[in-house]
Write a protein of this length. Structure first.
Length: 75
């Protein structure tokens, strides 16, 4: 049972990582088009999801760097 739960959690974390990357790309797209409020909301949502994931340190650092891109961070 614990193995199944751990596998499910790992899968959920991987799917969240994909979702975070997509939301970050969306935030950059929105910011580039001057839609700063929407970009800020999207970026904050991605940051909230990152906070609850249990990713490896390199993957977490990579996603944090994406979220710190000026067009996303300043949105």
């Amino acid at each position: 049972m614990n193995t199944a739960l751990a596998q499910l959690r790992a899968k959920t974390d991987r799917e969240l990582a994909v979702l975070i990357r997509r939301e970050t790309q969306r935030a950059m797209w929105l910011a580039a088009r001057g839609r700063y409020i929407e970009a800020a909301r999207t970026s904050e949502r991605a940051k909230a999801w990152l906070a609850v994931t249990n990713l490896s340190a390199p993957e977490r650092a990579r996603l944090e760097r994406l979220l710190d891109v000026p067009s996303v961070a300043c949105a």
